[in-house]
Design a protein around this ligand. Structure first.
Ligand code: NAI
Length: 304
């Protein structure tokens, strides 16, 4: 089995580390246009195997043709936000990166499931679908698992419980139009209002939406890497059957939630071939409206 990582920067490198530690594939191939970076990271990871006992072999280089034979490809290539930038500001520069990756993936790995991580996430997932011509089942955007983890972390912190006591997800866009779903969120199996005031809940919603920006602002150079890498691994675990149930991912909608022809974060069941089906949750009217607003905002930012 083979996993390919297009982009071996902060997020790609961290995904490689976690995938290697989980012995997720026989080969983990890293690819990055920065000369030497992917090969160096692969070597560094292999050098740890004498301690970890990991069997997965890491390989690395600059050439995109290394994606050949991969069942799963994680794309983190492109620019990350600098302080003060929105994710949407990256659309121009990263569209070209996604297009160049897609051109090779289309022919070298036509059966692969592609997980897009590059921002702006929903728009770049649309671009990957367009440029590969792949079926919607094969192209997933990673954001909901990260945003949901940030939301659960905020709720747990506010309520003074452990994150494992919290069930909560976010849907919608990976950005301003994110829709943290409070109506279905539970702490120790109970509604949020049993533990938190309205203001506290609003604060947690805000933390989910701004969490990525908080890291960017503190770091000055580059974006979050650790939580995004774990969130990518969560999606990969669903693909390989190591986790089951619905998980929030960005997929091209085909009528689900009354939305057509735009990529949006929704709960979905995944398997080896990618998307199995979108789960339609019973949302509040307000949350449903937020999903539709997110869909229209993303549609408005897409190239015609
Ligand atoms: P980074 O700058 O550390 O790494 C990006 C890497 O992509 C660089 O090493 C660069 O050389 C490489 N690259 C650029 N163009 C390439 C090409 N055409 N082919 C191959 N490699 C190429 O950035 P970082 O922190 O890893 O973030 C990567 C992307 O992921 C950014 O767009 C960021 O905004 C996004 N991101 C998305 C998240 C999500 O939840 N979806 C979470 C965190 C980051």
């Amino acid at each position: 089995s083979k996993i390919a990582l297009v982009g071996a920067g902060g997020v790609g490198g961290a995904v490689a580390h976690l995938a290697a530690m989980a012995d997720m594939a026989d080969e983990i191939a890293l690819i990055d246009i920065a000369p030497g970076l992917a090969a160096a990271t692969a070597l560094d990871l292999n050098h740890a195997s004498g301690i970890t006992g990991v069997r997965a072999r890491c390989t690395g280089g600059e050439d995109l043709s290394r994606v050949a034979g991969a069942e799963v490809i994680v794309v983190t290539a492109g620019r990350a936000r600098a302080p003060g930038m929105t994710r949407a500001d990256l659309i121009g520069v990263n569209t070209r990166v996604i297009q160049s990756a897609a051109e090779v993936i289309r022919t070298a790995a036509p059966q692969a499931v592609v997980i897009v991580v590059t921002n702006p996430l929903d728009e770049m997932t649309v671009e990957m679908l367009r440029a590969t011509g792949f079926a919607r089942e094969q192209v997933l955007g990673m954001a909901g698992t990260l945003d949901s983890s940030r939301f659960r972390n905020a709720l747990a912190h506010a309520a003074g419980v452990f994150p494992a006591d919290v069930q909560a997800i976010t849907l919608g866009s990976h950005g301003e139009e994110m829709a943290p779903i409070t109506s279905l969120a539970r702490i120790k199996g109970r509604r949020l209002e049993r533990f938190l005031t309205r203001d506290q809940i609003a604060g947690c919603v805000s933390d989910a939406v701004t969490g990525g920006g908080q890291v960017v602002a503190l770091k000055k150079r580059g974006s979050a890497t650790i939580a995004p890498a774990h969130a990518s691994i969560e999606v990969m675990d669903h693909l390989r059957g190591a986790r089951v149930g619905a998980v929030p991912v960005s997929v091209m909608l085909d009528g689900e939630y009354g939305i057509h022809g735009v990529v949006l974060g929704v709960p979905a069941h995944l398997g080896a071939g990618g998307l199995i089906e979108v789960e339609e949750l019973r949302l509040s009217d307000e949350e449903r409206a937020a999903l539709h607003r997110a869909a229209e905002a993303i549609r408005g930012r897409l190239a015609p």
